[in-house]
Each structure stands twice: as structure tokens, then as C-alpha cells.
Design a protein around this ligand. Sequence first.
Ligand SMILES: NC(=O)c1ccc[n+]([C@@H]2O[C@H](COP(=O)([O-])OP(=O)(O)OC[C@H]3O[C@@H](n4cnc5c(N)ncnc54)[C@H](O)[C@@H]3O)[C@@H](O)[C@H]2O)c1
Length: 367
Amino acid sequence: MRTIAIIGASLAGLRSAQALRRQGFDGRLVIVGDEVHLPYDRPPLSKDFLLGKVEAVPLADQDDLDALNAEWRLGNCATALLSHGEVALSDGTTVEADGIVIATGGIPRTIPNAHVLRTLDDAVKLREAFATAQHVGVIGAGFIGAEIASSARSLGKDVTVIEALPTPLTRVLGVEMGAACGQLHGDHGSTLITAVNVDSVNVDSGINLADGRHVNADVVVAGIGVRPATDWLAGGPVKVDNGVVCDAGGVTNLKNIVAVGDVANCAGHRAEHWTSATEQAQVATRNLLAGETVATHTNGGYVWSDQYGVRIQFIGRATNDVRIEDGSIEDRRFVATYRDSSNEEDIVGIVAMSNARLFTRLRRNLK
Ligand SMILES: NC(=O)c1ccc[n+]([C@@H]2O[C@H](COP(=O)([O-])OP(=O)(O)OC[C@H]3O[C@@H](n4cnc5c(N)ncnc54)[C@H](O)[C@@H]3O)[C@@H](O)[C@H]2O)c1
């Protein structure tokens, strides 16, 4: 391959570029990103960035970037995949490549008049809005909503979190452990309202709930999930269905195109995690250079989240059979395992609150 184009210049895109060079690819590398910024780390945005403790945290220093010897096309959006080797960009140019890495990530779902927090620019706007706000409304009690609520409390704001489901974090942790995490809000003076829909957000007064209640808020932020950024692929040669459809090694229906990160639907599963993006980049680029699937993803889907001074860690998959192995939910310090429904001896998932040591030890037993 003489030219490889990476579409998406965040974690998955950057790690793909680094992996390609590490594996000896010495051809032309073009990296396209719709944001104007060089790759930065997103996890601090909802935490230390909002608190004013850090500015943008680069994912690579200048020496690392120079070593990539890449052509950066930043502030430029891929608008179409014209063929299996040609991408149209928003500045009217096209990039021709022998291989393509799709790393376009996810786009936050929005609610009119509510902030979102995905990009550095989003975080700058939210931080500015927090500077004068007293009452903060957070819609969605997933990881992003919970972390924003926690930061807002640290800044002394009055915080109300609205969650559509009866229990937060059900999708990732299941009902029991999601409820355990949800209790952190009340512990730290935030109000959590569950099982209610949002009717509308009013810029001046806050959130109107579908059941007629009103939540007073000067600033409202929605953390209600993301959708894969695949609009630009519509009608093109790559198959799309809840993300870019690829095999367990990130290879799409075209052998010269791979997908990595939040946008990749690998063997029926779309992982929206920092650690998955990093691992997928290594594997998918190997397959791209090999011209076939020679390796598959093994990452167990490790997730961490820092909320209200508590570190939540999760890996694997949640089942209904969840057992506390150490500590207690009441102490907000525990490790629990999820067991397989067909063989309860098998640990298929682990969740911990403030117990990294035992979490790390049990992780080795994960099936
Ligand atoms: N620490 C971490 O791992 C971390 C931190 C932040 C974000 N992220 C990732 O960023 C992405 C976005 O995070 P997220 O928290 O927005 O997504 P999410 O899908 O994890 O959580 C969204 C939450 O919003 C709720 N919801 C959806 N629509 C709603 C509505 N109209 N009203 C009220 N509640 C509603 C859902 O039930 C869910 O609980 C995810 O991929 C997430 O994994 C990860």
C-alpha cells in the first residue's frame, strides 16, 4: 500500500496512525479530522477540564506527531466515500488512498437548548456557562451525565439529574449495579429524578418534564448517548448498520477498509470505550496491512468512571446474576462479579467501586 487515509483524528484515528508506523508502513499517511484541534484526550473534559484544573490534554507530544510524518487535514469533514479508495472532503478536495481507516466516532444525541459534551469546543462552552450558573440540570445519568453532575457539584452548583429509565447505567452495568452507582448522586447532594421523560428545555427557566414537573436550571446539559458518525457513508460501498459493519478484526465488506472505535460495529457489537478504541486500532491496522483478517479484537470492554471522588470500574458483560465478592454497596466500596447464566462458576463481568486492587486481581479470572 502506498497511501492510507485515516478518517477521524481522535483517539482511534491517532492510535491507528501510530500502529501503522510501528508495523512498518512507510507510505503516505493522510489524517482527516473535522475538529480543528490535534488529537486530545476526551475523558478529562467532563472532569478536570470543567473544574478548570487542566486545559486540553494532547494524546501525543510534538515529537510523536513529527515521527508519524502524516499529512493532517484538520477542520475538514469527510462528506462521502466515493469508491473503495476515494474520500470527498468538505473543502471540495478528495483523498485517494489504497487503504482507509474509518475512525469517525460518535455524534451526541441532542435536545434543543441543552449543551452536549463530546468535543473540546463543547467543553469550553459548557465551562463558560458553568461560570455564571447556580442551578445545573443534567439530562441522562449515564457516565457522561454522572461525571458532569459530579463536576458541577464540586463547583458548588445545585444539581438535578434526570434519567429516562428507572435506574441509571442499566445498559452497561445492569439494574442492581446501576442503582448502586445512582446512589452516589444523593450522597453528594445532587438530586436524581428517574423514570421520567423530558418534554422541553427552556433557556431561561430550565427543564419541563413530561409529567408536568419543572426543574429549575440556568444551564442544561444532555448526556443521552451517541449515534455512530456514518452519515457520510450513506449510499457508498461500505456496509452500515448501527455503525460500520465489520468482522471481529475491524475489517469491513471491503478488505482495504477497516473501522475502529465508537463507529465500528465489530461482529455485531459496538464498543464505545476508550480502551476498546486503542486496542481495535492495533488489530484493525494489522489486518489492513495484511489484506485479510489475521487477528481479532480481544479487549474485554474495560471502562472506568470517576464520579464524586469514587472510581467505578467495569469489564466484561453484565448479567442478572451479580454477586458482591468484597465490601458493600452501603460503604460505596465493593467488588461484584457477574456470572454466566449457563455456568454460574464462570465470571463474565466485574464491577468495582473504589477497590482497584481486587478488581485487577479478579480480572484475570474473566471468561
Ligand atoms: N468514563 C467513561 O467511560 C465515559 C465517560 C463519559 C462518556 N463516555 C462515553 O461517551 C458516550 C456518551 O455517554 P453518555 O453517558 O451520553 O451515553 P450512555 O448511552 O452511556 O448514557 C445515556 C443515558 O441517558 C439516558 N437517556 C437517554 N435519553 C434520555 C432522555 N431523553 N432523557 C433522560 N435520559 C435519557 C439513558 O437511559 C442512559 O442512561 C458513551 O459511549 C459513553 O460510554 C464514557
